[in-house]
Design a protein around this ligand. Sequence first.
Ligand code: NAD
Length: 700
Amino acid sequence: MGNLVDYQVQGTVGVITLDNPPVNALAVNKGVPQGILDAIKQGEHDPHVKAFLLIGAGRNFCGGADISEFGKDYDPGKATLPDLLAYMDTVTKPIFAALSGPTMGGGLELAMACHYRCAAPGTQLALPEVKLGILPGAGGTQRLPRLIGVDRALEMMVGGDPIGGEQSKELGLVDELVNGELRQAALSWIRRRLQDGAGVRRVSTLSPALEQPAEAFFAGARERVARTWRGYPAPLAIVNCVEAAVGMPFAKGIAFERQQFLGLVRTPESASLRHLFFAERQAAKIPDLPAETPALEIRKAAVIGAGTMGGGITMCFANAGIPVTVIEMAQPALDKGLETIRGNYAATVSKGRLTQEKMDQRMALISSSTDFAAVKDADIVVEAVFEDMAVKKEVFATLDKTAKAGAILATNTSTLDVDEIARSTGRPQSVLGLHFFSPANVMRLLEVVRGAGTSHAVLATGMKLGKRLGKVPVCVGVCDGFVGNRMIHPYLKEAGFLLEEGALPQQVDAAIEAFGFAMGPFRMSDLAGLDVGWYIRRRQAATRPPQERYSKIADTICERGRFGQKTGAGYYRYEKGKRDALPDPDIEALIVQASRDAGIARRQISEREIVERLLYALVNEGARILEEGIAQRASDIDVIYAFGYGFPRYRGGPMFYADTVGLEHVVSAIAHFREGYRAEHWQPAPLLAKLAAEGGKFNG
Ligand code: NAD
């Protein structure tokens, strides 16, 4: 059985314990399914054994397959999960499962191949395979509809989200909820069931319940799924499998599921989603940070500035249960900020996504002041005042005097030099950047900016705090725009050049949105507001090299007072109270005039050219960022774009996407771009050129 599966006979029950920490994953090559199979075979031949109990050692039953084995070859001498489950369907002694903790994917499929299931408090059950671009490939799509009905099963597998024990009991996925020490509780449950005459009850022999005519139901499901999951093949394949569960005998359904599963594993979409799954976990690691670095205790927080970002950041702390004081220069700004926070919470309550009680609890964690002395007992202060170095320096100098010794001083700056800000204090080791994204209470990305002087403990705390706030923290170095915003600049510039050369905003946005981005560059700019960029460009004008290509379109739009959605007009026009971006003939005329002024003959630009020029602008800057060590690894850049910039997850992030199309192709496309109008800015980054020449990849 190996040491990852333990087998002991207790009374008349053969107890099989999965013991593969940390989550009892069903690692095939390590022999976990094989160990369970061997244990069952041993018990079948033992006349004392009347039933089996499957249980997990430690916190949970089983977290599922070992996904590091995906795409690798299995040892042909070892049973796979489907082999094990097929065998379990032939066993003539009842098999009981005791579930606890996260019971996910293959773990739940294993549980469903048992004949009865009980669950401890806190059990979470899910078939989340869809999130990795695949489907439950070990009978899940065939057994779940037979246990809980077709409708609910489809919902659970297409969404991939977990349900609790109580709900599982109501649905019939779990037969009993038990309390107390799990093994003992499960054994007495089994005794009772055996006394009641419970025998073998194979889920494969049940019929899937469906209250509507199958044809209409599946047509509706397909239509819904195609609309919600554009670009993702897995949800549709799940619908196909559930339809097979209804229309085919079990064995045929299983064969169909396997074929669909194998098809999905090979898709670039699944490879991309799996890449991001690992990338997100990898991003939490900082190689030169000693593992034993202690994180500081964060019991209280303070936020400076109650504007757009300050308000959102304050909510992040309150949402995580951390008391927070928000500080403004004057009472009216403070009142306005607090009112916005209250309004945001109230809107969530009215949508039914937060209870009034929870809202009250969160509001009670928020205090406010116009006096910087209020930061004195905060363990961390996050500054979110105007993006102006002089203002930031003054704030940090004040914090240096008022914050307690050892408190972390964080800045939410998007562009300014964190090291220069740190130098305005006498404690640069306590300073770092925490770059939240707007709206801060919603967006998951957090760039944790490591300054030259940031101590290990402060950096470790920043990363840990990010997780506690429900964010995906990624460590980045100091430069203008860090990773995400620095890359967006060449992307937006290129989008402007495309307008000058012949495209219109709606055409550029449509091309990028068809690629899968949540929003094209111009709709995104209108949403974010055009005035900030305009301000920055005017500041940079004096130092901009005169030979550099510069499109004036964005400036001309701003000169007309069009700052985007907030002014009802930007690259598009907006009707009052609506957010739909409507193409505007005035903008078209403005763009055509700009081409004329620049002496450019407008031409038809293909969707492919739009997508390639914008994406490779991101990739090329990403390569420079990697070279400079601003990002620790290519996959961190992918995480930043997937979580902060609406990059389609099923494409894996810009660097992974470049690897997928081939770096050689990217370099030759760049060479081709250089032949275009004033395209001397198209130079492949040295790292990109080098990797392409070697046949290498960003994500090694
Ligand atoms: P904002 O103008 O909405 O808010 C700034 C607030 O700071 C104002 O309420 C102002 O009264 C207050 N303030 C200014 N000086 C202060 C002082 N000395 N003491 C206390 N309060 C002071 O700006 P914002 O959009 O929230 O941006 C804040 C910071 O966050 C900037 O550094 C910005 O670059 C950064 N940021 C913004 C975004 C975004 O999308 N808006 C995203 C990421 C980061």
